[in-house]
Write a protein that binds this ligand. Structure first.
Ligand SMILES: Cc1cc2nc3c(=O)[nH]c(=O)nc-3n(C[C@H](O)[C@H](O)[C@H](O)COP(=O)(O)OP(=O)(O)OC[C@H]3O[C@@H](n4cnc5c(N)ncnc54)[C@H](O)[C@@H]3O)c2cc1C
Length: 303
């Protein structure tokens, strides 16, 4: 039995593992796909204190090295549920069951889809959710970024370096990303911002040839693009935990800054983007990781 199991190897989960190991607790981190979490999709992180610029992958690699050097174990598995009681939890994975005295849920969130026909069949053939993963495939081509928040604007700026033209298609009549990013967008000759329009249809058989966009009155227009990058927000990955704690209407785990989830048994803690909070960033995720880990260590010590 481990002292602490951490679900999710993003910045929150890895930071929790680091703090728990430094308090001499045995720690297992279970990750289902991307060691490092969402930040690995970011080509340029400029707002993590102490580092003027680094890629998300660079950050993730350093953090994973630091955590494993401290002696945390990491397992590739998808957690499907938790049961048991304080001091004796079973974390169910697709490949195995794992036992721990305390559990920290740091499952983060995922990209939202447009929900249009052909979206899934065109993934990798024109539909992408990650400019840093797929941007290079569109060098010299025309693409559209769907969305108008920070992620969409960051992706549009990154894509404009290699693509011949980048459209930013936003459903609202204004962009919601930071003003600094909006100013950067304005300075790019090969970025066109289209406001107040939604994507109605994805065109192409086998590979994307364009998208149909529509305004509020239903007037449509076709944009000939080779690919789209969907950046319309995130959805938390908390389905496996809904039987042991409370989720809000959007599926986030209800918790305050103390990282104690509402409705949960003692011994379950939460950290990072998967919980209710205003600011979802690496700094806030790592902060949560530290808070949740120290609370979990205290809990284990008092058993
Ligand atoms: C393109 C992009 C750019 C960004 N740029 C910045 C930036 O410049 N600065 C900044 O501060 N933030 C940025 N962010 C936000 C930042 O990445 C997140 O706030 C941060 O990663 C949240 O960390 P987390 O550990 O809470 O969650 P995540 O990073 O989402 O990690 C959660 C992990 O849990 C895993 N997981 C989920 N469910 C399960 C399960 N059932 N079993 C096992 N594992 C599971 C997931 O696979 C994932 O790896 C960016 C995000 C994106 C997508």
């Amino acid at each position: 039995m481990y002292d602490i199991i951490v679900v999710g190897a993003g910045p929150a989960g890895l930071t929790a593992a680091l703090y728990a190991r430094r308090a001499d607790k045995s720690v297992l981190v279970i990750e289902k796909e991307t060691f490092g979490g969402q930040i690995t999709y970011s080509p340029r992180v400029e707002n993590y204190p102490g580092f003027s610029v680094m890629s998300g992958n660079e950050f993730a690699e350093k953090l994973i090295d630091q955590v494993t050097d401290q002696g945390a174990e990491i397992e590739l598995d998808t957690v499907t549920g938790i049961d048991g009681k304080a001091g004796d939890f079973t974390v169910h994975g697709e490949s195995a069951d794992y036992k721990a005295k305390a559990v920290i849920i740091a499952a983060g969130s995922k990209h939202r889809q447009l929900g249009l026909p052909k979206e899934n069949e065109l993934i990798g053939e024109g539909v992408s959710y990650c400019a840093v993963c797929d941007g290079a495939f569109y060098r010299g081509k025309t693409v559209a970024v769907i969305g108008g928040g920070n992620t969409a604007l960051q992706e549009a700026i990154a894509l404009s370096e290699g693509c011949s033209h980048v459209y930013v298609v936003q459903n609202l009549d204004f962009l919601t990303g930071e003003e600094r990013l909006q100013r950067d967008i304005e300075q790019k000759d090969n970025i066109t911002v289209i406001l107040g329009k939604v994507v109605k249809e994805l065109l192409g058989e086998g590979s994307m040839t364009g998208i149909v966009i529509a305004d509020n009155s239903g007037n449509t227009e076709t944009l000939e693009v080779d690919g789209i990058f969907v950046a319309i927000g995130q959805k938390p990955e908390n389905e496996p935990f809904k039987n042991v704690l409370d989720l809000d209407e959007w599926g986030y785990i209800v918790s305050g800054e103390d990282c104690l989830p509402k409705g949960a048994d003692d011994g379950i803690f939460v950290a990072g983007d998967c919980r209710t909070k205003k600011i979802r960033q690496v700094t806030t995720a790592t902060g949560d990781g530290a808070v949740a880990a120290l609370a979990a260590c205290r809990f284990v010590d008092e058993l």
